[in-house]
Design a protein around this ligand. Structure first.
Ligand SMILES: [Cu+2]
Length: 316
């Protein structure tokens, strides 16, 4: 019962902080009324408008930025890991009422996708932890270098909405933060060279095409991985927001070719730099190609309240 109220308040707070006009639909007009927004509790009794409010509020915030959302929370077993090689990472997803979730829907062939990315983007792992269905405890072996990592969990609790929750994890040891990234459209992974074509523009649908070659020859026999010929993750520099990327076509649709090109669709919310990680499978091995792209456009509408958007460009 509290969730819709809390989300409505949160949505209003976001609107107030960022000056964003939330697309919450006509039924929730009072949210955009500054006078009554943050304390408006009328929605809790207005059955029928609650669902649209919840969904819209969730859609306006990119995934992975929050540790708790929609009544679910990510709780890491340890938030500081000692230096060493392999480590076991454990966590639970607590659901409504604080009870660990034990049932998940399968999405992209797995019940939960875990992305571990070092905050300076020098490390990335996409792994699939194992669930103890009795306790709700997930566990995975990770091999993380020293530094601060973001752990992102992408899942669908059975009966709930798709959700990506994130939490920081510190790994002990000496480390040197990497220099800021530069744009990079060509990734070399062993004998493979992968190029990325297409441009990102804030708030607009983008088509990204990756082309895989091995020893200079186009690869035409990519193997399915997670229900597609590639799996692409996009993370926003600065806050590591986790953005949805959809593959164009599936291996069994009769038209999608197994390389050398794989096409994806995405929609980034703001201008600025993004890090993209492509997992692809060939000769039975999954490899990861990393790219960096800068989105242009007027997507930095999240300027300070009352400050004209032009002012945010004064440093350029
Ligand atoms: Cu996965």
């Amino acid at each position: 019962m509290n969730t819709p109220v809390r989300l409505a308040g949160f949505a209003a707070a976001v609107a107030a902080v960022f000056g964003v006009a939330l697309l919450v639909g006509a039924t929730v007009g009072p949210v955009s009324d500054p006078a009554g927004s943050t304390h408006d509790s009328d929605h809790s009794g207005a059955s029928g408008s609650e669902d649209s409010t919840e969904v819209s509020a969730a859609e306006d915030i990119p995934g992975g930025l929050m540790t708790s959302g929609n009544g679910y929370s990510l709780a890491l077993g340890e938030v500081n890991l000692a230096p060493g090689e392999d480590r076991e990472l454990t966590f639970v997803i607590n659901g409504p009422g604080g009870v660990p979730v034990t049932e998940y829907d399968v999405e992209h062939e797995k019940e939960l996708h875990l992305i571990a990315v070092r905050r300076d983007f020098t490390g990335y792992q996409h792994i699939h932890p194992v669930l103890d269905e009795n306790t709700g405890i997930w566990s995975a072996d990770v091999d993380l270098t020293p530094g601060t990592w973001r752990i992102l969990t992408d899942f669908v609790p059975t009966g709930g909405e798709p959700l990506t929750l994130g939490a920081d994890l510190a790994v002990g040891g000496e480390f040197l933060p990497a220099a800021p990234a530069v744009d990079n459209r060509i990734a070399v992974v062993g004998d493979y060279e992968v190029t990325l074509d297409g441009d990102l523009r804030a708030g607009e649908d983008a088509t990204l095409t990756v082309t895989v070659t091995k020893d200079g020859e186009p690869v035409t026999d990519l193997q399915p991985y997670l229900g597609a010929y590639g799996h692409l993750v996009a993370l926003r520099a600065g806050d590591l927001a986790y953005l949805h990327v959809h593959p164009d076509g599936t291996p069994d649709d009769g038209t999608t070719r197994p390389g050398p090109e794989v096409v994806f669709h995405t929609d980034v919310p703001s201008a600025g730099r993004y890090h993209l990680y492509l997992d692809f499978r060939h000769d039975g091995v999954v490899r990861t190609a990393a790219f960096t792209l800068t989105a242009d456009g007027a997507g930095d509408a999240h300027a300070e309240p009352g400050v004209p958007a032009e002012h945010s460009h004064s440093g350029r």
